[in-house]
Design a protein around this ligand. Structure first.
Ligand code: FPP
Length: 262
């Protein structure tokens, strides 16, 4: 099976501000979510042209179940219709779509829509699109830790693979290069905590339903101007290419303690 090209960027997007967008227009919050789904399509269309090969969108956190039932069910219906509508379009455009997060609390119809979409798009090699639904980064880390046997050694990349597996992602999904949050809020909200250890962060004022390809292009340009040093003193091109901190120099080269990372 073809895999998304390595070496491209992994961008995580916290899509925030749907409710405020709607309120500012005197519309129900659900209308903000509906318009938010249009913005999702715009971001997905723009991503491959900007060098993004993995895009993770935070669509519904494990804590979002606390919202009013009517809003939750609108969001679930939107997801289901998004999958039905976009499935063939993703397939044609080389987008491999996957859902990361728990599935046991989703409706059988939504799970079927997810599985059908994952099957239909599994050969997509231009963009790996992950929709985080009923997702909690802390839960994924805990589940990954639970797979370690007492004496098992595990380095950062090995653990990343376990975190990926724990949330139903391709185990080879790389760490995140850039996390963007819209709407001016500045927090991670339990999104990709392990994967964003060396990510750059961009908090932009645009409310999610207004987000478009130009916003994504500007964000990627701002990211490319950043100097990523991975704890060193100079930009580390090798680490950037490998999408992870280098471990073959200085203190970072120290072997793991006996017994490894438990
Ligand atoms: C945060 O805005 C947004 C969400 C909790 C849901 C994100 C959902 C979408 C963008 C639409 C559906 C997604 C797909 C993939 C079809 P908020 O409601 O917290 O906004 P607020 O902070 O202004 O109230």
């Amino acid at each position: 099976m073809d895999r998304p090209a390595n070496g491209g960027l992994h961008v995580g997007l916290i899509m925030d501000g749907n409710g405020r967008w709607a309120r500012a227009r005197g519309l129900p919050r659900t209308e903000g979510h509906r318009r938010g789904a249009d913005a999702v399509r715009r971001a997905v269309e723009a991503a491959p042209g900007l060098g993004i090969t993995t895009l993770t969108l935070y669509a519904f956190s494990a804590d979002n179940w606390r919202r009013p039932a009517a809003e939750v069910s609108t969001l679930m219906r939107l997801l289901e219709s998004f999958l039905a509508r976009e499935r063939m379009r993703c397939r044609r455009r080389g987008v491999r779509l996957a859902l990361i997060g728990r599935r046991d609390r989703l409706s059988p119809a939504l799970v079927r829509a997810i599985e059908e979409t994952e099957r239909a798009t599994r050969d997509g090699a231009r963009l790996y699109l992950r929709l985080a639904v009923d997702y909690s980064a802390r839960a994924a880390i805990l589940a990954a830790a639970g797979t370690l046997r007492p004496d098992e050694r595990c380095d950062e990349n090995g653990f990343l693979q376990r975190v990926n597996r724990a949330c139903h992602s391709d185990p080879d999904t790389p760490s995140v290069d850039l996390v963007i949050r819209t709407s001016g809020e500045q927090r991670l909200s339990d999104f990709l905590l392990f994967e964003s250890a060396y990510a750059e962060f961009l908090f932009i004022a645009t409310l999610w339903p207004d987000f478009d390809g130009q916003d994504l292009r500007r964000a990627v340009e701002a990211f490319r101007r950043r100097e990523r040093r991975y704890g060193g003193l100079t930009p580390d091109k090798a680490a950037r290419a490998a999408n992870r901190p280098r471990r073959d120099f200085g203190v970072g080269n120290a072997p793991l303690p006996a017994g490894g990372f438990r």
